[in-house]
Write a protein that binds this ligand. Sequence first.
Ligand code: FAD
Length: 450
Amino acid sequence: MLPVSGRRLNGARGAATPRRWQNWARTESSDPALVLAPRSTDQVALAVRRAGETGHTVKAVGASHSFTSIAATDGVQLSMDRMRGLVSADPQRGRVTLRGGTRLWELPALLGPLGLALPNMGDIDRQSITGATQTGTHGTGLKFGGIATGIVGLELVTGTGDTIRIDADNYPELLPAAALGLGALGIVTEVTLQCVPRFLLQADEAPDQLDIVLAEFVERSRAADHFEFFWFPHTDTVRTKTNTRLPLDHGRAPLGKLSRFVDEELANNLAFGACVNLGAVTPRATPAVNRFVETLSSRRRYTDESHSVFVTHRRVHFREMEYAVPLEEVADTMRELRAMIERKRYSVSFPIEVRAAGADNLLLSTAHGRDSGYIAVHRYHRDRDLGYFRDAEAILAAHGGRPHWGKMHTLGAAELRERYPEFDRFATVRENLDPERVFRNDYLDRVLSI
Ligand SMILES: Cc1cc2nc3c(=O)[nH]c(=O)nc-3n(C[C@H](O)[C@H](O)[C@H](O)COP(=O)(O)OP(=O)(O)OC[C@H]3O[C@@H](n4cnc5c(N)ncnc54)[C@H](O)[C@@H]3O)c2cc1C
């Protein structure tokens, strides 16, 4: 029996109260007709078949951390929360198979005892492994791809309710589509990941000049294991973060509890939250506020387990748009963004984050076929004016940018088709795996067309 809430599949109301769904950023919401929390692949397959028979759509939801409506549904929502944990491990080959709903924050406890870790991570670890990989979640580092590039196999329940295994021996041609499939090809019940031996990261964080960092961005990104920077609009300075990979026996020199509290809780969350609130109420204060927030963070160096260094805690809610542009376009794109903010007199309280990732071959990866620079613009979730996003998007898109699938953007299928050489191949895979579009929603109709 599947745990259920909401209306029954035939439309009649069940005893349980319908559950309104909302994403983390509070930018999207929907009213699923039914919420199911399957415990097994068989239960997922049953739910997909039943939904198909009764004319309902199905959408899995991970941690609801996408800024877009990619996870929204008014059909059957499958919460993957009861499908978490380790299925099996092959420590010799450094591979683990995880249940599809496993959260990234659970991985250190699951992989650590096996001597393994993810090769790279993004800014946070709240996401589910499948939500993160289906949308192309990435960190920074030109020698690395997004998390989905580490998928060597998966188990998928297709639109017909069939369960298939995709890996080097079974339907290998489907892997470049299914590893990063926007949730459009099926429900991923298991993921097999290629991991690396556990490692340490030495983090060097320092202030620098925007002009210098832009001029040296490609060079610094190539030289470092992981390089990124944050620029607070209305200032000339940036904060750079350079992470260097070290073997486990090098020894940790972690941040003290007090230092972590002052830098992360005080600067990133408490003071920052108060400041962006002030900026939202009094936009003219924003440039001064940005200069103040910047002074809160100091130069620091520390060494710790990789996941502790990659991941930060973000509790101030915001909206985000991120585009991947060809690596060499980063500096010009950033200069145009700066000029636009000045010309339009936008007061922007959130930093712009700039990262890089290596080219990969996943069909709908934002880094497909090219080394990429990622430029992310943010707005406090209470800021009403979206003109900044509109103007930023025009610049990012004009530089050949590809929008992150889980972050705000306005592109549709026609524009995306021009940006992805394998777009039609993905459409063919979708036609085969979900001919009746059981997994469709409004977002997929827009970006892939019906
Ligand atoms: C504070 C914050 C920080 C972030 N930092 C980064 C970052 O550093 N780098 C980056 O690239 N992105 C980042 N993101 C974006 C985030 O990683 C993606 O949006 C990711 O999809 C969220 O994972 P989720 O588990 O919440 O997925 P959801 O938002 O719940 O779902 C995303 C998609 O995956 C599908 N899906 C989920 N589970 C399954 C399943 N089992 N089978 C099939 N489809 C499934 C859903 O249907 C939906 O289409 C950040 C987001 C936030 C809110």
